[in-house]
Design a protein around this ligand. Structure first.
Ligand code: DSN
Length: 437
């Protein structure tokens, strides 16, 4: 057996026996896995349906057209591009379609829960464009008044309405009023919440924005990939928008599309039409609300941002490591106004999409929160040193210290036992066994 398959089996074991709580991750269905692992990966097909550079694309054309039609019907859009390899290339293509290098783009700051591609330092979005960031206010919610002031001052060509670590609903009407007043393109990056929008538990941006981008592998529960969608409002603002986006994707940024990925996206979109997907999306939100309440905070979507400052200074990394040793995967995250460090921040980001795909409900979230709270007791006193020069050694020692912690090992055993009741969609069947790997 190839070493690779042995490692995949090892990873499957990790996924089965732990609690996956990174809010941007999920478990895909058996059918999505099948399409993703299909012979469609063998084919080159640069270009778009009916206009390819290579022959032999009759079937690939049908698959891509079908995927685009499903996306348009599901999101109520007028054009759908399913070729972007993932979220960042999709956002780069969308930016290239509507901006020239040097134009002003505005996006939510990374430290306020925005995304790298929305104008963060070191990203293409601030290297090739003039990036202006807006922020959340003291209440942790987007400060639309300050966004409006900044937009009037900087006259952006593009405003991003999108988040990666934001537990509240977005107000697309407010965004649209601001973008329209300054004549900017408005793009909703709904990567985190696309499944919630389809499920009717988050407002849709479709009538307020010109373009929508989304990854397909988060709450939408498809394969890794992304889509760029053009709205009716987008075509009214710019009748050439479709061809501008096409040109940005290829030849602007990409070569041959990943046809196996396109097919798997289509399968996941088919699944998102089912009534069971609406139930899933509702449960994701209900679970996050309970989890947040148990952890002493609030969530209006799928995601919980937990500030650990009440336990000590700069504890995000320590919490991530301790939770990992207890079988619970989350990520360290900055919190609004973080006083620690972007590398060793004061919070953690966690979410319910993957656990909900395993069938967990509100009562389970209470149990999960109890484990998390027990784990967090174990990092009390492990504050990040305030002196910069002491941080490197401190961080190196954290893993050594926590890996020996008996309480974390005990919680891991309890978590592992708990997970036995909740199979992972796709995994058991895909590996040809009903037994645990
Ligand atoms: N990496 C994604 C997330 O975790 O939110 C964003 O690109």
């Amino acid at each position: 057996m190839s070493k690779v398959f042995a490692l995949i089996k090892k990873e499957a074991h990790r996924q089965i026996t732990g609690l996956e709580m990174i809010p941007s991750e999920n478990y895909v269905s058996e059918d999505v896995l099948k399409a993703l692992g299909s012979i469609l990966t063998n084919k080159y097909s640069e270009g778009f349906p009916g206009r390819r550079y290579y022959g032999g694309n009759e079937v690939i054309d049908e698959i891509e057209v079908y995927a685009s039609e499903l996306a348009n019907t599901l999101f109520g859009t007028k054009a759908a591009f399913v070729q972007p390899y993932s979220g960042s290339p999709a956002n780069m293509a969308a930016t290239m379609a509507v901006c020239n290098p040097g134009d002003v783009v505005m996006g939510l700051a990374l430290t306020s829960g925005g995304h790298l591609t929305h104008g963060a330092n070191l990203s293409f979005s601030s290297i090739f464009y003039k990036a202006v960031n807006y922020n959340v206010g003291k209440d942790g919610k987007i400060d639309y008044d300050s966004l409006e002031r900044l937009a009037k001052q900087h006259q952006p060509k593009l405003i991003w309405a999108g988040t990666t670590a934001y537990p509240y609903k977005l107000d697309y009407e407010k965004y649209a009023a601001i973008a329209d007043a300054v004549g900017a393109y408005l793009i909703a990056d709904i990567s985190h919440i696309s499944g919630l929008i389809v499920g009717g538990v988050h407002p849709t941006p479709v009538n307020h924005v010109h373009i929508i981008t989304t990854t397909t592998h988060k709450t939408l529960r498809g394969p890794r990939g992304a889509m760029i969608l053009v709205t009716e409002k987008g075509l009214q603002k710019d009748p050439d928008l479709k061809s501008k986006i096409e040109r940005a994707i290829i030849p602007g940024l990409q070569g041959g599309p990943h046809n196996h990925q396109t097919a798997a996206i289509a399968v996941s979109l088919e699944e998102a039409f089912k009534p069971s997907f609406k139930k899933y999306a509702l449960q994701v939100v209900k679970n996050a609300a309970v989890l947040a309440k148990e952890l002493g905070t609030i969530s209006e979507n799928h995601l919980v941002l937990k500030d650990l400052s009440e336990l000590g200074f700069g504890l995000g990394y320590q919490a991530q490591v301790a939770l990992e040793y207890a079988g619970i995967t989350v990520n360290k995250n900055t919190i609004p106004g973080d006083k620690a460090s972007p590398f060793y921040p004061s919070g953690i980001r966690l979410g319910t999409p993957a656990l909900t795909s395993r069938g967990m409900k509100e009562a389970d979230m209470i149990k999960v929160a109890a484990w998390i709270k027990r784990v967090l007791q174990e990092i009390k006193g492990l504050d990040l040193p305030t002196e910069q020069e002491k941080r490197k050694d401190f961080i190196k020692d954290i893993k050594k210290l926590l890996v020996k912690n008996k309480n974390l090992q005990k919680i891991k055993a309890e978590v592992e036992d708990f997970t036995k009741k909740y199979p992972i969609p796709g995994l058991y069947k895909h590996y040809g066994t009903k037994n645990r790997l």
